[in-house]
Ligand binder design. Structure first.
Ligand code: OOG
Ligand code: NI
Length: 486
């Protein structure tokens, strides 16, 4: 094995490793540069997103405290990949760990008739998220949901592929045994890891086999026909998605009809828009050592706006209304595409107006529906009477109800302030909408009984996925503790 010797040491004699967030940041940038070359429209959109973000930050001067500066916001993005085999997922978890990214959340997409289940690899600590919050939505093919013959064909095609370079496997092992990578090793790791996410024009299967997969489900075709899990989109974060959606339509880009997620004006969770997959020319090998030219649709563009994370009670309101909206959407579609496109946004808005219990950040906080972090203001810190009286409140602070009242009183008096905790995760119904709008319509139905199978997923992953509510709750709790003690 080609081992690179560790040369640089700090005063204590330990090797100096590249911080994991730096590897993550550089990797995310390298991926973005690669995707710009593969999908030029992505690069154009990045410029527009930056323009809109600059304008928005100028109009909302306090935002920097919450989000970081324009450069930091413009660096933020998530990607998505789809894997075929359990061992691919286990190795992916190890690869992302080198960059300080861990699996958070379990998403069951079989409910939307898609034969995959997913997690998001992302940093988990507040400080790490603030440095660089790069996330990758990672799906694994559910062969247990496929009919026997298709399952066998998919497994046969996937059995022979290795999506990792030999050197990246070595570097992952080195990072695990050393506890990190030196800057030289990190640079090599980034270049080698990138190979896994690259688009390959040459398919692994014949055109006939590809068509058979496609008849079953276009996700199966996308996963089982190719050499690797090409990155299928990279999504920048925009601060005003309505403005962006309009700009895209003005440019003649064919977007999905409606923004996914909550309606405009509700500062909760995540809103996303996307434009259709590119048609890519592909070469399918034939039996004579040649190939036939074909086409495949896999990659697309997506932009998102992120808002406050919701507590379980807030989330259950959101899920309930989303389920109603999905039902009404089916009815509208029956009346025709045009009716649906023109009436869907207003229908969603009135549904939320009637039934979502909060509209503003203050209401979300007061009704205990969203996650927030709290801190003293300048005024609070500089007020000795307040600091003294605050100590008396400590006892009350352990009682949830008394605590909310104290915090609200301090906020009202300008002694403390609350910042929304950004939702760092994904929404299964939106994800299904994104998947579907970008796949070929030919998709057949899954006939097997659908069921979520987190256990199977975690077995493949080699560990448990983290629960995002626990992460958000810990962040809020920690800030309140600090507030009462600092
Ligand atoms: C993933 C779709 C999910 C999102 O933003 O919800 C996703 C995929 O198409 O592979 O990225
Ligand atoms: Ni996405």
């Amino acid at each position: 094995m080609k081992q690179t010797t560790v040369s640089k040491k700090n005063e204590t004699g330990n090797p100096v490793f590249e911080p994991r967030y730096r590897i993550r940041e550089k990797f995310s940038r390298a991926m973005s540069d690669m995707y710009k070359k593969e999908v030029p429209l992505y690069g154009d959109l990045l410029d527009i997103v930056r323009d809109i973000n600059r304008e928005y930050m100028e109009q909302h001067p306090g935002l920097e405290d919450e989000l970081g500066n324009l450069d930091r916001v413009s660096e933020e993005r998530h990607g998505a990949i789809r894997l075929g085999k359990p061992e691919e997922l286990a190795m992916m978890a190890r690869l992302f760990e080198v960059m300080g990214m861990y699996p958070v959340g379990y998403y069951d997409l079989s409910v939307a008739n898609l034969p995959v289940h997913s997690t998001a690899f992302r940093p988990v600590d507040k400080e790490e998220l603030a440095k660089n919050p790069f996330r990758v939505f990672t799906s694994l093919l559910r062969t247990d949901l496929l009919e026997d013959d298709i399952r066998e064909q998919a497994q046969t095609s996937l059995a022979g592929r290795d999506i990792y370079t030999a050197r990246v496997r070595e570097l992952i092992a080195i990072s695990e045994s050393q506890g990190g990578l030196t800057p030289d090793q990190a640079a090599e790791f980034i270049a080698e890891a990138l190979e896994t996410f690259r688009w390959h024009r040459d398919a692994r299967v014949s055109q006939k086999q590809y068509e058979t997969f496609l008849q079953c489900n276009s996700l199966v075709a996308d996963i089982a026909s190719f050499k690797g899990p090409h990155i299928n989109h990279l999504t920048p974060r925009v601060l005003n998605i309505e403005a962006l959606h309009k700009r895209m339509q003005d440019m003649g880009i064919e977007t999905i009809p409606e923004i996914q997620g909550p309606p405009a004006g509700w500062p909760v969770l995540l809103q996303q828009t996307s434009f259709r997959a590119l048609v890519e020319s592909t070469r399918f090998p034939d039996t004579e050592g040649g190939y036939s030219e074909g086409r495949h649709r896999a990659r697309f563009g997506e932009i998102e706006q992120r808002h406050v994370a919701l507590k379980p009670e807030g989330m259950s309101h959101y899920d309930r209304l989303t389920a109603i909206a999905q039902e009404r959407k089916k009815e509208l579609i029956k009346e025709g595409e045009k009716v649906y496109q023109t009436t869907y946004p207003a229908m969603l808005t009135s549904l939320f107006e009637e039934q979502f219990p909060a509209r503003t950040l203050a209401e979300l906080r007061q009704k205990n529906l969203g996650y927030f972090v709290y801190e003293l203001t300048e005024k609070g810190r500089g007020n000795p009477d307040f600091i003294k009286s605050r100590n008396k409140s400590k006892r009350l602070a352990t009682d949830g109800k008394g605590r909310t009242e104290i915090l609200e009183e301090w906020i009202e008096k300008g002694l403390a302030r609350a910042l929304p905790v950004t939702y760092e995760d994904f929404l299964p119904v939106s994800a299904a909408g994104i998947f579907k709008s970008n796949l070929d319509e030919k998709s057949g139905l899954l006939t097997r009984e659908k069921s979520s199978n987190q256990e199977l997923f975690e077995q493949a992953l080699g560990k448990k996925v983290a629960d995002y509510h626990e992460l958000y709750r810990a962040q809020e709790e920690h800030s309140i503790k600090e507030l009462f003690q600092s």
